[in-house]
Design a protein around this ligand. Structure first.
Ligand code: NAD
Length: 490
């Protein structure tokens, strides 16, 4: 990130604090990943801006938390309506800011952002609390849940509006007010949403958005003594820092982190369905989804057939200009990230891995204006050891590795041999095998014969280094509220 003062011809974003757009003195360059050109200036906020946002959120809290869930739900539904009415505008902006295809933004990111508000507007109406009787003591026990106060929300660049709203919606539905900090690399759609927040009738100070870098704006939010809760989605390395930084304040933390997700493919799988879905699970959104498959283990008897058909399908996964609907992938987020992803392919090559397609095997045919963009074709690697960094570390790009196994036990131990535990997919027609594998794989989410099918009621999150806590219908409600146990002697 280079710093500079804001010139005239760029899109210049402002913070949204206490219901007002507030300009910032310094800005950060934000790039269009498909051209490599700076097109937007993002506020380079720090402690001062975060303090102002927290003050606004504190002021708004008493009124907002006193409203009924139905009153809050009505406003959330209105916000969902407004986003839905502007899907195209948001999709174009998300694509330009992040590099993903317009098609992906139009069909996944933006509809899901609207649905996040709609879902939590509805689910917050139906939670129930516990009640127990102690007749021998003449006591009745029950629980209530209260909003926590000002929630600090920090989100990454891969699904910008989708993941930000996944936090804002449950936080405000439960009666909290929020200070959110989106990724400095993808701030535009959050800024666009602020205009709709006001229109939907969200009172000033309930939603505050402060833009800026992690070490400055993010750190000020995490270290703020009046922000008792942080919901963070991002890398495991940043989460470690956030955990340390918030420890002196005993903050409530929800950490949704990286993954190194295996697909386990048994010989009895429906291969047509499996190959089609596994190409999608490996390369969707340029492989920049925490849930993407990056290690594919195939039972030995079908390994050769699988590899041949999988590589053929990967070659058809087209990469190019994000606005072209015939492309499945657009550009990666940044030059640095592209270099990092490429370095894993180079490492695999140096370790004797076979690169079947993609990086270094075939060139992309890009229009002139996209030649400086951060594009990389879908890449399939085999013959790489399980202990290689390529098989152990999160690459977060359009790269997947194929390997083999002989027995169910071996598939489990290979699936579990990384420090992450976010998601896994299992492919088989044997129901018993599916249940056994789902039970033994160390992953917060297991999909059998499918991928990315999500019921937002279910807990979302990872184990091991993939996270702490779960978010989703009841889990988000529990995270964004504090429970009290009350005993009444009668
Ligand atoms: P990142 O950790 O670099 O940044 C995430 C956010 O944290 C950004 O807003 C950033 O500005 C902020 N941040 C950075 N340093 C900070 C600090 N010291 N204090 C406070 N905030 C700080 O992650 P990224 O590169 O933006 O996102 C990619 C990562 O996110 C991948 O590891 C991916 O797997 C993970 N991810 C996880 C999920 C999930 O649900 N488990 C979903 C999407 C992405």
């Amino acid at each position: 990130m280079q710093k500079s003062s804001a010139p005239r011809s760029y899109l210049v974003l402002e913070n949204y604090i206490g219901g007002k757009f507030v300009s910032c003195q310094n800005h950060i360059d934000s790039y269009d990943p498909s051209t490599g050109e700076v097109y937007c200036k993002v506020p380079d906020s720090g402690k001062e801006e975060v303090d102002a946002a927290v003050e606004a959120a504190k002021e708004a809290f008493p009124d907002w938390s006193a409203r009924s869930p139905q009153q809050r739900a009505d406003i959330l539904n209105k916000l969902a309506d407004l986003i839905e009415a502007s899907v195209e505008e948001f999709a174009q902006a998300e694509s330009r800011d992040q590099g993903k295809t317009v098609t992906f933004a139009r069909t996944v990111d933006i509809p899901r952002s609207a649905y996040n508000f709609r879902f939590f507007a509805s689910s917050v109406l139906y939670h129930t609390n516990d009640c127990t009787q102690m007749d021998h003591m003449g006591c009745l026990n029950y629980t209530i849940r209260c909003p926590v106060g000002v929630a600090g929300l920090i989100s990454p660049w891969n699904l910008p509006l989708y993941l930000l709203t996944w936090k804002i919606a449950p936080a405000i539905a439960s009666g909290n007010t929020v200070v959110a900090k989106p990724s400095e690399m993808t701030s535009v759609t959050a800024w666009m949403m602020c205009k709709l927040v006001e229109k939907a009738g969200v009172p000033p100070g309930v939603v505050n958005i402060v833009f800026g870098t992690g070490p400055k704006a993010g750190d000020a939010l995490v270290g703020h003594p009046d922000v008792p809760l942080i919901s963070f989605t991002g890398s495991t390395a940043t989460a470690t820092h956030i955990t340390e930084r918030s420890a002196p304040h005993c903050k409530k933390l929800s950490l949704e982190l990286g993954g190194k997700n295996p697909a386990i493919i048994f010989a009895d799988a429906d291969l047509d369905q499996c190959i089609q879905t596994t190409v999608r699970s490996s390369f969707s959104n340029q492989g920049e989804i925490c849930l993407c498959t990056s290690r594919i283990y195939v039972e030995r008897s079908i390994y050769s057939e699988f590899l041949e058909r999988f590589v053929a399908a990967a070659k058809k996964w087209k990469t190019g200009t994000p606005s072209d609907p015939s492309n499945s992938n657009g550009a990666l987020i940044s030059k640095e990230h592209l270099e990092k992803v490429r370095s894993f392919v180079a490492l695999a090559r140096s370790e004797g891995g076979i690169i079947h397609c993609g990086e270094g095997v075939h060139e992309l045919d890009l229009p002139q204006r996209n030649k400086s963009g951060y594009f990389m074709p879908a890449t399939v690697i085999s013959a790489i050891s399980d202990s290689s960094r390529v098989m152990q570390e999160e690459i977060f790009g359009p790269v997947t590795c194929v390997s083999l196994f002989d027995t169910e036990d071996e598939a489990v131990s290979k699936g579990n041999c990384v420090r992450y535990g976010l998601a896994a997919t299992v492919w088989s027609r044997d129901v018993g095998k599916i249940h056994r594998m789902a039970n033994r794989l160390q992953a917060g989410l297991v999909w059998a014969n499918c991928w990315l099918v999500r019921d937002l009621n279910l807990p979302f999150g990872g184990m091991k280094n993939s996270g702490v806590g779960r978010e989703g219908g009841k889990d988000s409600y529990h995270f964004f509220t504090e429970v009290k146990s009350i005993t009444v002697k009668h």
